[in-house]
Design a protein around this ligand. Structure first.
Ligand code: SF4
Length: 67
């Protein structure tokens, strides 16, 4: 089961922990320094990495929704 991932762009401060935890899923926008989703992700295979990214975000800007 894949998650749908919401990034709270007002809370995200660009630490990049999510990119380290799940590089296939997250990237940092080079202009805004805010986390964005990689095209086509997350997939079912990304579940574990997405959970890790959520747990690693110091400001809880990653919100997971079950699809
Ligand atoms: S870990 Fe959280 S604060 Fe850091 S870039 Fe990712 S979403 Fe933003």
């Amino acid at each position: 089961m894949a998650y749908s991932v919401e990034i709270d762009d007002k809370t995200c401060n660009g630490y990049g922990n999510c990119v380290v935890a799940a590089p296939d899923v997250f990237d940092l926008d080079p202009e805004t320094n805010i986390a964005v989703l990689q095209p086509g992700h997350p997939t079912d295979e990304d579940d574990e990495a997405v959970e890790e990214a959520e747990a690693d975000c110091p400001v809880r800007a990653i919100i997971l929704h079950h699809r």
